[in-house]
Ligand binder design. Structure first.
Ligand SMILES: NC(=O)c1ccc[n+]([C@@H]2O[C@H](COP(=O)([O-])OP(=O)(O)OC[C@H]3O[C@@H](n4cnc5c(N)ncnc54)[C@H](O)[C@@H]3O)[C@@H](O)[C@H]2O)c1
Ligand SMILES: [Zn+2]
Length: 364
């Protein structure tokens, strides 16, 4: 497929624009795109060895940078120590306020390099070049950056809107199948919260999506980016609307935590969380049974999810309650009331949650 002019979607926060450029092959024009958007003339690529081995040569050709700053690959390296490695390299290279970081990688890399950009010299320009589906539709958009602490995930962070996000679905050709599927569940989430049309296209063309056929995949990525950009533009700091992005995440996060982030890819836990939220809504009569079924069959069509049968309901409830204390109030739970529309409820009872968790297969 030839390189096309990228589609542009803007995140607008205050008077600032944070453009997202989406196009098959867009990263091959990276130098021109950076120039056109007047991104700092001294540019430093931050990546990891896995991605650099697969895509470094092509990127170097596109942008002509010799020495990347490589961080070790993996969630366990999403730490302040990795951020410090970026600072070290920047200082040694003489980076200044006019310099820019180009983060080439998945969500882990983007969050880590992004936090370095947010804090180095009180903030330098950041360009996100996401290489996983999850990062392309979610983590690279919206300006949340940060790292983990030994006592919890994402405890240290900042808001730092990227000067530019360049989404090139070509990177996904090398993405392992399980990582790809993990991102697809977030695409399904966008369908559930904001677009029945997107949802139905995914359901109709599941095979083509799974085969990464650009004609089907690229528009789905575009629409996901548009939905996230729209929500973030209206509510950068998560006072209300941005919470709808947490559809499926109350239960999903708890599942990740009780399994110490080892069993599920993030999207897989969210898939189960969405099933739980749909079940809860259907049991209240707030979501049509046919919509719940449609979600369940689309998720099933992507393949099996890790088992939850050995996970005690009580453990998951405990984590959900602990989260609730952190926000110092009632549990806010996002439900879909039809495919494409949500509402937030704050009167979910313990019994209701228990029933839902049992029905999605957890251990009583
Ligand atoms: N900032 C936000 O708003 C936000 C939102 C959602 C998730 N996140 C964060 O995102 C992280 C998860 O991101 P992820 O799912 O992208 O995982 P990841 O960054 O760990 O990437 C998964 C694996 O795929 C590899 N990889 C990346 N691109 C590849 C490619 N094109 N080909 C082959 N391999 C490739 C990575 O090196 C890694 O080994 C979590 O830390 C989560 O907290 C942040
Ligand atoms: Zn998520």
């Amino acid at each position: 497929m030839s390189i096309e002019t990228p589609v542009r979607v803007d995140v607008t926060v205050g008077s600032r624009l944070s453009p997202i450029l989406i196009g098959h092959g867009a990263s091959e024009q990276l130098a021109a795109l950076l120039d056109a958007h007047r991104v700092g003339s001294r540019r430093y690529i931050v990546s990891n060895p896995t991605i650099w081995r697969l895509h470094g040569e092509q990127l170097q050709r596109a942008i002509g940078i010799v020495q990347p700053i490589l961080l070790p690959d993996g969630e366990r390296y999403k730490t302040l120590a990795s951020v410090a490695r970026v600072y070290d390299a920047l200082i040694r290279a003489g980076a200044d306020r006019g310099s820019a970081i180009i983060a080439l990688g998945g969500g882990v890399l983007g969050d880590t390099a992004g936090f370095a950009a947010a804090t180095f010299l009180r903030g330098i320009s950041l360009v996100q070049v996401p290489t996983t589906l999850l990062a392309q539709v979610d983590s690279a958009i919206g300006g949340k950056v940060g790292v983990n602490h030994a006592l919890g995930k994402n405890l240290i962070g900042a808001f730092h809107q990227p000067a530019l996000v360049v989404v090139d679905p070509r990177f996904l050709s090398t993405l392992p199948r399980r990582e790809f599927r993990s991102g697809l569940y977030e695409v399904i989430k966008y369908g559930m919260i904001a677009s029945r049309d997107l949802f139905e296209r995914l359901a109709r063309q599941t095979k083509a999506v799974m085969a990464k056929e650009p004609a089907v995949l690229v528009p789905a990525i575009e629409e996901s980016c548009r939905i996230k950009a729209d929500v973030v533009s209206k509510d950068e700091r998560e006072s209300g609307l941005r919470r709808t992005l947490n559809y499926g995440h109350t239960v999903g996060h708890a599942l990740e935590a009780v399994t110490k982030y080892r069993r599920f890819r993030h999207g897989e836990a969210i898939a189960i969380g969405m099933l739980a939220a749909a079940d809860l809504a259907a049991a209240r009569g707030a979501l049509a049974g046919s919509d719940r079924e449609a979600l369940a069959s689309l998720i099933a069509a992507l393949g099996p999810l890790p088992s939850v049968a050995d996970l005690p309901i009580a453990d998951v409830l405990e984590v959900i309650h602990r989260d609730k204390k952190v926000v110092n109030g009632r549990l806010h739970f996002v439900i879909a009331i039809e495919i494409g529309a949500t509402m937030t409820i704050d009167d979910v009872t313990e019994d209701e949650l228990r029933g839902v968790l049992r029905r999605v297969g957890l251990r009583a």
